[in-house]
Design a protein around this ligand. Structure first.
Ligand SMILES: [Zn+2]
Length: 325
């Protein structure tokens, strides 16, 4: 007993981690997410990933005390239901119940970036801070809000969908079907759509060579390679994303008066301070000086593992709460 599974169910990849009681990662297994819009197929892939991870680590299910899982989209935390995760085909999907049934273990399910932000506030770069917002641009733009040291989930768990706030009236099409959303300006998919046009017109040869003109194949690592190769128009597209992220951050500064932001996700993992400093400069330019002066902007300490670490942490606290409550 004492070991926990922390699982990051991403739209692009799944990451299964086994952690000890102190939250250290004992074993991790990464798999590409299945290219399916069918919830049952996605669920089967999750189960397979967990089973493989246990097998690789030679850890039996009997040693595991529970499963924590982060899903991209709107999650009703209290009921463990994924209300909406368009990239995975989940709609009102009872993910927690399914996990509890399959593995006969307690489980918690929350929004992925809620969990990542929670990990940073409890054990990462934002440790000791009380009012923190996590923003993770990748396939989409996930976010999590911690107020007074705890996750702020709103009335049923849907708070913090910052990616779908509107920045451009009748602007670009977002993955959710809306227009002009922050996510449609900031996410890696948004940059990739710009870069496809550049590749087609000969302005992004590195991208054209590796991914052709399929925007889904243009990952953050490839964007970084193109920028490193001196492809100026690709660099402009990446900086445009950071610029808009900074505007989104300025809006949040005005609404919530946070102490700081933690940035993570694929783009931040690959571009690091180059991207984060550009976003921070834009935030400072667009926010009231008195409010933004003391705001700190930091890079996630757990990076790729943030969601899985947060999932295991939240599970541990929920289990402890039940023991005492
Ligand atoms: Zn949207």
């Amino acid at each position: 007993m004492g070991k926990r599974i922390g699982f990051d169910l991403g739209a692009t990849k799944m990451l299964c981690c086994i952690l000890d009681e102190k939250g250290n990662i004992l074993h991790r297994l990464k798999r590409k997410s299945v290219a399916s819009q069918k919830a049952q197929e996605v669920y089967s892939a999750i189960v397979q990933c967990i089973e493989e991870c246990l097998e690789e680590a030679s850890i039996s299910l009997a040693e595991i005390e529970g499963i924590g899982m982060g899903a991209p989209g709107v999650v009703n935390f209290h009921k463990g239901i994924v209300l909406e995760a368009p990239n995975l085909g989940f709609k009102d999907y009872p993910l927690r119940k399914q996990l509890e049934k399959t593995f006969s273990l307690p489980a918690v399910v929350d929004n992925d970036v809620n969990l990542a932000t929670y990990a940073e506030v409890r054990k990462g770069v934002a440790k000791g801070m009380k009012h923190v917002i996590g923003l993770f641009p990748g396939t989409g733009l996930g976010s999590g809000i911690v107020l007074n040291g705890d996750l702020y989930r709103g009335s049923f768990g849907g708070a913090g969908e910052v990616g779908h706030t509107i920045l451009e009236l009748e602007g670009r099409l977002c993955g959710c079907g809306g227009y002009g959303h922050l996510e449609a300006l900031v996410s890696r998919s948004a940059i990739a759509k710009d870069v496809v046009a550049l590749a087609a017109s000969g302005k992004a040869p590195t991208v054209l060579d590796k991914a052709g003109t399929d925007y889904r194949k243009i990952k953050s690592g490839l964007l970084k390679k193109a920028v490193d190769a001196g492809e100026k128009d690709v660099e402009k597209a990446v900086l445009r994303s950071a610029w808009f992220l900074g505007i989104g951050m300025a809006n949040l500064v005005h609404i919530l008066n946070p102490e700081g932001f933690v940035l993570g996700g694929g783009l931040v993992e690959k571009f690091g301070s180059y991207y984060v400093e550009a976003a921070e400069a834009s935030m400072r330019k667009h926010a009231l000086p008195s409010l933004v002066k003391s705001v700190r902007v930091q890079i996630s300490a757990f990076l790729e593992d943030a969601v899985a670490v947060g999932a295991a942490l939240l599970l541990a606290e929920e289990l402890k709460g039940k023991e005492h409550g």
